[in-house]
Design a protein around this ligand. Structure first.
Ligand SMILES: N[C@@H](CCC(=O)N[C@@H](CS)C(=O)NCC(=O)O)C(=O)O
Length: 339
């Protein structure tokens, strides 16, 4: 069998056998001169190129075919295979291989987005889609306890999604891991050259202030309202009234603010992205959105944005935060390690 293989500097090779990484079997396809099995480069050049290829292939694909999801991306390009033992990457034709190289080059620049489909994760999906930053989805099924696995805890000792790992941080260096959705929003804004979080002093801190207001108030209070309304083993009226009432107070603050403006601070920003996924779930949190008409208009306005629709589409199929909890989900979220 003849396989087509690749090196990092986008040279193409054929290999007469896929049985092992033997440098002498490699033929340089794209260089001038005789092809079809004849040697076209010097021995040392072939040796250098094949070494480049193997270090690239092993690094990229060993990592790429590691934890969670990457096998899927590779598998989608049918006809491609990577032998982890020999580190040989094979394709049926050159077109496929070129597609793979484009894909591999993008992987190198990607942001790995560890997520499950919940409000805090929607914030990040929205920011990634709105900025157009390249990312790859790394699902962490929090209803099956994947957030408690050692591999994930190494990224976030708090065992919660979202987390991002930027494979290509600003200024270079090792991949950068960031947890806490607010901080991820700030990081991505910087990465996107200040998008949705301008540098101007007053506007900047006004936006930061509302993002942190969400993180310290809307998220935790709505989370508790949802817990006592939808997840508690038995209804506790005091807890329900307390959290639903507190959330109503927060809705009113936003509703007043939005009486004279379309977005929380001037233009659409990370402050809107932080609040929207929580407010859009008003039913689940015991609220009546019609009672806060300015907030309702804002919810609809943001829901209409193509980037928001794309973000929700990207997360669809990776959990349903509104689905009833089974016993395994209760244990993963509220029992044992989760307490
Ligand atoms: N303050 C954190 C909260 C993150 C959080 O609560 N994530 C939830 C999903 S929305 C989670 O991972 N839950 C899993 C668990 O609690 O075990 C943030 O804003 O990122």
């Amino acid at each position: 069998m003849k396989a087509i293989c690749a090196s990092e500097n986008y040279d193409f090779f054929t290999q007469s056998s896929v049985s092992g990484p033997k440098a002498q079997n490699w033929n340089f396809l794209d260089s001038p001169g005789p092809k079809n099995g004849k040697q076209v480069t010097s021995h040392s050049e072939r040796h250098r190129l094949s070494r480049t290829f193997f270090s690239w292939a092993s690094g990229r694909f060993h990592r790429a075919s590691g934890w969670n999801g990457q096998e899927t991306s590779l598998g989608r390009m049918s006809g491609l295979s990577f032998d982890r033992r020999t580190k040989v990457l094979s394709a049926n034709n050159l077109r496929q291989l070129r597609a793979l190289l484009v894909w591999a080059r993008r992987q190198r620049r990607m942001i790995d987005f560890y997520f499950w489909s919940t409000p805090n994760n929607e914030k990040i999906a929205i920011m990634l889609e709105e900025t157009g930053l390249t990312y790859r989805l790394m699902p962490v099924n929090i209803r099956r306890g994947e957030q408690h696995q050692a591999q994930f805890r190494a990224l976030n000792p708090n065992s919660k999604v979202p987390v991002i790992v930027d494979q290509d941080p600003i200024g270079g260096g090792a991949p950068m891991t960031v947890f806490e959705s607010s901080i991820i929003l700030f990081y991505l804004a910087r990465k996107a050259g200040g998008g949705f979080l301008p540098a101007e002093l007053r506007e900047h801190y006004e936006i930061v202030q509302w993002v942190m207001w969400q993180a310290a108030n809307v998220g935790p209070i709505a989370g508790q309202a949802s817990h006592f309304l939808n997840a508690a083993p038995e209804p506790i009226p005091y807890a329900i009234e307390r959290y639903v009432g507190q959330l109503r107070r927060l809705y009113n603050i936003l509703n007043d603010r939005l009486a004279t403006r379309d977005y929380i601070v001037d233009d659409y920003s990370v402050a809107d992205m932080a609040c929207w996924p929580w407010v859009s779930r008003w039913r689940r949190h015991g609220q009546i959105l019609e009672e806060t008409p300015n907030l309702k208009r804002w919810v609809d306005r943001i829901a209409d944005r193509p980037g928001v629709k794309r973000a929700l589409g990207a997360l669809a199929g990776h959990g349903d935060a509104d689905a009833p909890l089974d016993d395994a989900a209760r244990t993963a979220l509220f029992g044992g390690e989760a307490q």
